[in-house]
Write a protein that binds this ligand. Sequence first.
Ligand code: PBG
Length: 328
Amino acid sequence: MTGFPGVRPRRLRRTAALRRLVEETRLAPAEMVLPLFVREGLTEPREVASLPGVLQHSRDSLRKAAAEAVRAGVGGLMLFGVPEHRDETGTGGTDPDGVLNAALRDVVAEVGDATVVMGDLCLDEFTSHGHCGVLAADGTVDNDATLARYAEMGLAQAAAGAHVLGLSGMMDGQVGAVRQALDQAGYPDVAVLAYAAKYASACYGPFRDAVESTLVGDRKSYQQDPPNLREALREVALDVAEGADLVMVKPALPYLDVIAAVRAAVTVPVAAYQVSGEYAMVEAAAANGWLDRDRVMLETLTSIRRAGAQVILTYWAVAAAHLLNRSA
Ligand code: PBG
């Protein structure tokens, strides 16, 4: 009993039907985006050891995975390319026949407009040093020289048919530079998803295995410092001013406060990236029998949604879609 006679919040929790009726946050496959890796030179897909259930795809298996995601009702696909060879300036990212651009063409040919096809627009998979940009003579990441490379990469992905470009490099001015290049080259309809608030997180470890990252050191000179929230709002405001169509917070679960603050600050759609480490932690615990994977999966996704993200990038996109489609 509360101190108020007759007031009993538990009344609305009594049955599944009552709980369903008053549910404030509901997940749907349509708002989930599946990250996919395509590895140059593979003939068979290969599982990523630190991401159980996630594959490095061959071009062929990628098409099949894309079609499967569409059948599950997944809202979008985010493609990452893993090239066989890397160089100083990451030419594999701008080469029209580079693994990512070729894969974007394949996937667009496979799924058309049935889901949203996105390309990761960043150089780290393509540079020999593994940084997200090109280096100056002193070894630091050269912001403005990188913008020119991002503009070229954006045009290559637009030419390959990508619907949305995911700018994940955290260079200053990247949204404006890519937007201007797209508009000038006749791609005004290609949208920009800005990784506006991307933190220098320790949760990207398994992703770096998935893309065979060559990075030595860290990305702290361009990704955000985890203690900072107001800085995220500044990044987001700049990206929106530069023309971002969607803004993203990354990682997701350790940054729910940032998601909520961004949601309150902007009117563009807010996305969040449930990153590789978030996925791996739960998968590892579940494999040990310590957590119920499916329940934790849906609980974390619901929390990210409740915090204010309306689009979620997650390696569980298809698995979650199957669970949701079954319970619907
Ligand atoms: C870099 C990029 C990273 C991720 C997506 N894009 C890693 C990084 O910044 O080192 C991480 C995603 C994940 O961990 O799932 N372009």
